[in-house]
Structure formats: structure tokens, C-alpha cells
Design a protein around this ligand. Structure first.
Ligand code: GDP
Ligand code: ADP
Length: 220
């Protein structure tokens, strides 16, 4: 009879968070990373300029247009898209390694990249969340408060929000990011529930078989 607590192995989840710029995805995904030890962030490559607060290799890998094109041609990117006039992409290898190690992977990517993941072989483990700002005025205020982009860039991001918001319909979950703490609890609940769904049937079978064998032991 086994007196070890049994664990049911599960597959890693690919948790995608998208939103118009300024709605709060960076804040929420960073908070989730701090609280959830089994989660790793997919660090994208981008051709956009680094913001003052950003760190190479943490927020992005900042690369040239040539390097980006080479990666895409070599099949090194799981998905890629042009957003706000810059190129972005998800390096394939770190994601595959994290999933193989049983980790969950968090993605801060746009709707175009999300569609590509949804149509990839990884689709069964892709869970998507779309964040909406509580109002247009608050979205503008958040972009201004962040104070990391010049005013013309903020203007362009607000204009692009109108193209991005209608894509909420393609996502599994939609959260209005009003109060940060509340949104965080909701995002974490999504992760918890989806994790519980992703157990391999053969592992549950092994677990149930062990329980049944142990119960038989009690009866004899
Ligand atoms: N498809 C795709 N989109 C990305 C990737 N990395 C970032 N993005 C998206 O690009 C957009 C701009 O990101 P960023 O320049 O960091 O601005 P922010 O959204 O204001 O923080 C956001 O919608 C991100 O979700 C990626 O690897 N692939
Ligand atoms: N729920 C919230 N309430 C108030 N401010 C927020 C909230 N979520 C994020 N912010 C702030 O809004 C700004 C934009 O958030 P950020 O996470 O950078 O957005 P995104 O990654 O979607 O562009 C930041 O200054 C952040 O601190």
C-alpha cells in the first residue's frame, strides 16, 4: 500500500493575455509571475525601441529588423506580427522547453499572434484572456500616467485601440481591468481552474487505480 501522497501530473498551459496598449496586461502578468512559481513568461523579440524602464532579456529581447527577419525565416518564432509599426515575435525554443518541463507559460501578445497560436499544434493548451479598460478616458489616463511614450506614440496607441477592442470576441475570457487587485484575483482564478482541467487521463487512471488497490487492502 502506498502511504505517499499521490500527485496527478498535468500538462503546462499557455496563458495568453491581450489588450489595447495601456489596459494593464504588463502589470497583471508581472504580478502573476511573482505569485505563481510554476509560471514563466515568454519573452518576445521586438524591433521597437527600448523604453527607459525596460531591461533587455526581461521585458523583451530588443533586436534589429534584419535579426527579426532571419529568426522568422528560420522558423525560430512560434508566431509573429506587426503592431504599432514594429515587429514582435515569440521565440519558439524557450516555450517548448518550459512546457516540456511542466511549467505554464504566460504570453503578452496581440490578437494576431493569439490567432496564430490558436491555429498551431499547441492549440489544445492555449487559454486566452482579453483585458478591457474601464473606459476610454481611463485608458488615455493610464497611457499618460505611465509616461514612457512620447505624446505622438500615445496618440497612435489610442487610435489602434479601436482596431484591437473588437477582437475580444475571439478570446476565452474577458476581464474589465477596473480595480487592480480584483482583476488579479480573477486572472489567478482562471489559471487555477484551467490547470485543474489539464490532467492526463492516464495519470488520473493510475491515481484512481492506486486508491482502489489501497481500499482493497483495507477490506482484507
Ligand atoms: N503577436 C505578438 N504581439 C506581441 C508580442 N510581444 C508583444 N506584443 C504585443 O505588442 C503590443 C505592443 O506592445 P508594447 O510595445 O510592449 O506596448 P504596450 O502594450 O503599451 O506595453 C501589445 O499588444 C503586445 O501584447 C509578440 O511576441 N507577438
Ligand atoms: N487596474 C488598474 N488601475 C489603475 N492603473 C492601472 C491598472 N492596471 C494598470 N494600471 C497602470 O496603467 C498603466 C498601463 O499599464 P500596463 O500594465 O503598462 O499596460 P499594458 O501592458 O496593457 O500596455 C501603468 O502605469 C499601470 O501601472
Amino acid at each position: 500500500m502506498s502511504d505517499q501522497p499521490l500527485e496527478i501530473d498535468r500538462r503546462g498551459i499557455m496563458l495568453v493575455v491581450s489588450s489595447p496598449s495601456g489596459a494593464g496586461k504588463t502589470t497583471l502578468t508581472r504580478n502573476l509571475l511573482q505569485e505563481e512559481k510554476e509560471v514563466v513568461m515568454s519573452v518576445s523579440v521586438t524591433t521597437r525601441a527600448k523604453r527607459p524602464s525596460e531591461i533587455e532579456g526581461v521585458h523583451y529581447h530588443f533586436i534589429s529588423q534584419r535579426q527579426f527577419e532571419r529568426m522568422r525565416e528560420n522558423g525560430d518564432l512560434l508566431e509573429s506580427a506587426e503592431v504599432h509599426g514594429n515587429c514582435y515575435g515569440t521565440p519558439r525554443e524557450p516555450v517548448e522547453a518550459a512546457l516540456a518541463a511542466g511549467k505554464d507559460v504566460l504570453f503578452d501578445i496581440d490578437w494576431q499572434g493569439t490567432q496564430q497560436l490558436r491555429h498551431s499544434v499547441l492549440a489544445p493548451d492555449v487559454i486566452t484572456v482579453f483585458l478591457l479598460p474601464p473606459s476610454a478616458a481611463e485608458l488615455k489616463a493610464r497611457l499618460e500616467r505611465r509616461a514612457e511614450d512620447p505624446s505622438d506614440v500615445i496618440k497612435r496607441r489610442l487610435e489602434n485601440a479601436a482596431d484591437e477592442i473588437p477582437h475580444w470576441v475571439e478570446y476565452d475570457y474577458v476581464l474589465v481591468n477596473r480595480e487592480l487587485e480584483r482583476s488579479f484575483t480573477r486572472l489567478r482564478s482562471i489559471l487555477t481552474a484551467e490547470r485543474l482541467k489539464r490532467v492526463h487521463p492516464q495519470n488520473v487512471q493510475a491515481f484512481a487505480d492506486q486508491l482502489l488497490a489501497d481500499l482493497k487492502g483495507f477490506a482484507s
